[in-house]
Design a protein around this ligand. Structure first.
Ligand SMILES: C[S@@+](CC[C@H](N)C(=O)[O-])C[C@H]1O[C@@H](n2cnc3c(N)ncnc32)[C@H](O)[C@@H]1O
Length: 213
């Protein structure tokens, strides 16, 4: 098993701003489009859940160099970010207004409750199942009762390991972990960009059923 913290720290130092946290197999320009596409989706989910309510305080969990944090701050939200990579957090602090802390998800204890937590392309990079579960639990504990948690993964019928740094967990595993803590899946929305298989999984503590728009 790779040392994930070292892997990400080196990658964040070696690659440019977008390829280090995005897709290293495509150009900076293509990554920019990839980020904007996903940022737009996140803004839409927030708007549809909160009906434009401001201010909202958002936790960007596994923020990397902070592209999503910055986009959310520019859109008028207050954002805190955490990531286990020192190199990424240093750059996020330089580039974005907000509180950024170098801390792993699995030991994170929120000092406040957030209106929304986003965790974009992070959980499938956590290889150990216990660490994955502890991380999800900490994210869920960080959000207010009327809040929203947006994570991304393939969430297909089966567990899927790719290379030495990706494990896509099945949808059932997400439903179980969130369900035990009173959260239900509101929406499951594929990225719909190229061949990327990931989806946004939008969870809330609510009685509403899943909407697969
Ligand atoms: C693919 S990058 C995505 C970064 C950011 N969300 C984005 O989309 O630009 C994955 C990030 O997860 C972070 N990460 C991996 N495991 C983590 C953990 N256990 N706790 C906190 N961050 C972690 C890495 O340092 C890296 O910045």
């Amino acid at each position: 098993m790779i040392n994930a913290r070292e892997y990400w720290d080196q990658r964040h130092q070696a690659l440019d701003d977008l390829r280090s946290g995005g897709d290293r197999g495509i150009s900076e320009g293509e990554n920019y489009a990839f980020y904007i596409h996903r940022l737009s989706a996140v803004l839409r989910f927030l708007h549809e859940h909160f009906y434009g309510k401001r201010p909202l305080h958002i936790l960007d969990a596994g923020c990397g160099k902070g592209f999503f944090s910055e986009g959310l701050v520019r859109s008028g939200y207050e954002v805190d970010g955490i990531d286990s990579s020192e190199a990424a957090i240093r750059i996020a602090r330089e580039q974005t207004v907000g509180e950024f802390h170098c801390v792993p998800l699995e030991t994170f204890e929120a000092k406040r409750l957030y209106d929304a937590v986003i965790c974009i392309d992070v959980l499938f990079h956590i290889l150990d199942d216990q660490v994955w579960e502890a991380s999800l639990k900490n994210l869920i504990n960080s959000v207010s009762i009327n809040g929203l948690i947006i994570v991304t993964d393939v969430a297909g019928p089966e567990r899927l390991s790719l290379g030495n740094y990706i494990i896509h967990r099945p949808r059932e595993q997400y439903l179980e972990c969130f369900g035990e803590r009173g959260f239900t899946l509101q929406r499951s929305v594929p990225f719909r960009l190229g061949v990327n298989p990931n989806k946004f999984l939008v969870f809330a503590a609510s009685t509403q059923g899943e909407d697969s728009k």
